[in-house]
Write a protein that binds this ligand. Structure first.
Ligand code: HEC
Length: 245
């Protein structure tokens, strides 16, 4: 072998040695996932979580509408006493007093046009909290039935629910009386909630405290040039109220 040939062979050998060092022979079987991939994956999951919390809109269904703004201020919809009461009326009262408020002749007295509804708040609150039975005259007709209690000893509605339903019946079907606030209802509930027996028509109008000042539409004097529709509702004065019963 010539010298020249020898150096050439050596060169090739070195080249191959280098290649062999750098690249392993491919082999069968599995090798463990490189640790940095695991870290990368964990970091991605974390980022995904943070992203969802920030922009996911708490998975609210609105979040899928195109122009949903997750940072918009939450609007708390205020349900009026009247609207709240309308729902409760339909669920709890309309079976007997009917959706029209006209009741059923001979069995369930009307609430439309009834002085028991539009006169003193306290007697009305008493009827709802403890119920009513025995003979009663409503809008000129006699009834004698049982009105269930809706207070703690009865169907247990919350003060705001009774306030709502009473506001509703005082301002529906042509009735025009003040709303009955939650605060007044809480006070009535404290006073009468523990009573276990229903009222009678005679009893329920006794010892009434003065009407609370309320947002009665009638409270403002009606200007002379006001259109006829806006004239004061006929909320009966206490003396009239007593006469109506
Ligand atoms: C099971 C049937 C029944 C249900 C339900 C009922 N009532 Fe009555 N309600 C009566 C009867 C019967 C009377 C008359 C009681 C009597 O004869 O002493 C009455 C009387 C009344 C009165 C006084 C009389 C009048 O007509 O103005 C009011 C006010 C009244 N109910 C309101 C309500 C409200 C509000 C609800 C729902 C929260 C309701 N009632 C649910 C049967 C019912």
């Amino acid at each position: 072998m010539s010298d020249e040939q020898h150096t050439k062979d050596n060169g090739e050998q070195e080249l191959h040695d280098a290649l062999m060092r750098e690249q392993d022979e491919p082999s069968n079987g599995s090798s463990p996932v490189p640790i940095f991939i695991l870290f990368l994956f964990a970091a991605l999951c974390f980022w995904g979580g943070v992203y969802l919390i920030q922009y996911g809109g708490h998975f609210h269904k609105e979040a899928y509408t195109f122009d949903y703004n997750p940072y918009a201020e939450v609007v708390v919809v205020q349900v009026s006493l009247f609207d709240r009461g309308a729902k409760i009326y339909n669920a709890q009262c309309s079976a007997c007093h009917q959706a029209t408020g006209l009741g059923i002749a001979g069995a369930f007295p009307p609430l439309a046009g009834s002085g028991w509804v539009t006169d003193h708040q306290e007697s009305l609150a008493r009827i709802l909290i403890n119920g009513l039975n025995g003979p009663i005259e409503v809008a000129g007709k006699q009834y004698n039935g049982n009105m269930p209690a809706f207070g703690p000893n009865g169907l247990n509605l919350k003060p705001i629910e009774i306030a709502g339903v009473l506001t509703y019946i005082r301002q529906s079907w042509g009735n025009q009386a003040s709303e009955l606030t939650e605060a007044s209802m809480i006070a009535y509930m404290d006073q009468y909630g523990s009573r276990g027996t229903p009222w009678t028509a005679q009893e329920v109008v006794l010892d009434l405290s003065p009407e609370p000042v309320s947002a009665a539409p009638a409270a403002e004097p009606v200007p002379a040039d006001a259109p006829a529709l806006e004239t004061a509702p006929t909320e009966a004065a206490p003396t009239e109220a007593a006469a109506a019963h």
